[in-house]
Design a protein around this ligand. Structure first.
Ligand code: PMP
Length: 370
């Protein structure tokens, strides 16, 4: 495969994978490790796949510094599947769970959870989503089964930084789908940390779930076996056929992260990338407008409007068209918010971000009259 013709892909997920990973996949596609078959043609119960699976788990543990009292599971059903799996697995004898709703994804999670547990929102969410309201004002309950939050709201570009919310003495549940391994992660107070692999860690189809051991075995009777943490742990994620190709892809991405210097190095690069784009926004006299509270700006999904707070459709269209002409794709904001969204996941390089920055500066030079 030649890298010529590849686009600069700012998609929100599925998203860009490192070129090194794609090339390695190509190299191994017909013959993995001299076995004469590709990984996706191998039995998930073969010794060789077992080695790959355990190595992948060990790499997650090493890179994220996952404490020993947590299990790492490979599941399916995406982040959305976990919206149901979480209350199904964690309800125990509790009546309710507390939810922090800061955007579209935590809102969806709360809505799905209501089928399986009583949901209480710790504050009344107000739209448009632009911030995390002050924790002082939250109404919470130590009787809750757990306190749920979305670590990075992909649609709105809101990220919990620099720390997780106060746990209020109940296990925290974190959806890290869109900032998985974007920065070092502190497991303190966390019960479950989960996310799909398709943004920072590989291909769609694999959902990684990290569960604190003392929370296992509290599932409701109706919990489907494939969604049961207990069942999955008992079978080392091989209760049924796992997404073998997805696990393989993630294995290669994890090795790539390790070779880059691990999460601290990745984080520093992510700060540089997002800082470059936010810097242009902030220096544009309002021509580029990011509505998100500066404290909670995402380093993964940079969302902004062009031509003012509400955006100017014509300018935004022209910006996107010019971006395509400069080899950049998937910069359109989510349909529910409009505008521009640059997803700067781990695989996006500083050089690629600079191409975007150059276009933003050029575009502002022509159109910014502020
Ligand atoms: N949570 C977040 C933060 C997401 O960004 C997404 C998907 N974009 C989901 C959950 C849902 O994930 P999936 O599509 O894998 O179900």
């Amino acid at each position: 495969m030649s890298l010529a013709g590849r686009k600069i892909n700012f998609a929100a997920g599925p998203a860009k994978l490192p070129e090194e990973v794609l090339l390695k996949m190509q190299e191994e596609q017909l013959n993995f490790n001299g076995l004469g078959v590709s990984v996706i043609e191998m039995s998930h119960r073969s010794k060789e796949f077992g080695v790959l699976l355990n190595e992948t788990i060990a790499l997650i543990r090493e890179l994220m510094n996952v404490p020993d009292n947590y299990e790492i599971l490979f599941m399916q059903g995406g982040g959305t599947g976990q919206f149901a799996a979480i209350p199904l697995n964690l309800k125990g004898n509790h009546e309710h769970a507390d939810y922090i709703v800061t955007g579209a994804w935590s809102s969806k999670a709360a809505e799905e959870a209501q089928k399986y547990i009583k949901v209480k929102k710790v504050f009344q969410p107000s739209k448009p989503y632009v911030t995390v309201p002050d924790q002082e004002g939250w109404v919470h309950d130590e009787k809750a089964a757990y306190l749920y939050y979305c670590a990075n709201e992909t649609v709105h570009g809101i990220e919990f930084t620099p720390t997780a919310p106060e746990s209020h003495n109940v296990p925290l549940v974190a959806d890290v789908s869109s900032n998985f391994m974007a920065r070092p992660f502190d497991f303190k107070d966390h019960g479950v940390v989960f996310g799909g692999a398709q943004k920072n860690l590989g291909a769609a189809g694999l959902t990684i779930v990290i569960v604190r051991k003392d929370l296992i075995g509290k599932q409701q009777g109706i919990t489907p076996a494939v969604f049961s943490y207990q069942e999955m742990i008992a079978n080392n994620s091989l209760y049924n056929t796992p997404p073998t190709g997805g696990i393989y892809t993630t294995n290669l991405v994890l090795k790539w992260i390790k070779a880059k210097g691990g999460l601290q190095a990745i984080y520093e690069l992510n700060l540089k990338k997002s800082g470059l784009i936010y810097g242009i926004i902030d220096d544009s006299n309002g021509f580029y407008h990011c509505a998100v509270d500066k404290k909670y700006r995402s380093i993964m999904n940079v969302c902004f409007r062009i031509g003012g707070p509400k955006g100017n459709d014509k300018l935004e269209e022209e910006f996107l068209k010019g971006a395509v002409e400069r080899n950049m794709i998937s910069l359109k904001g989510h349909r529910s918010v409009g505008g521009i969204r640059a997803s700067l996941y781990n695989a996006i390089s500083l050089e690629e971000t600079q191409v975007l920055a150059t276009w933003m500066n050029e575009f502002a030079k022509i159109h910014n009259t502020n």
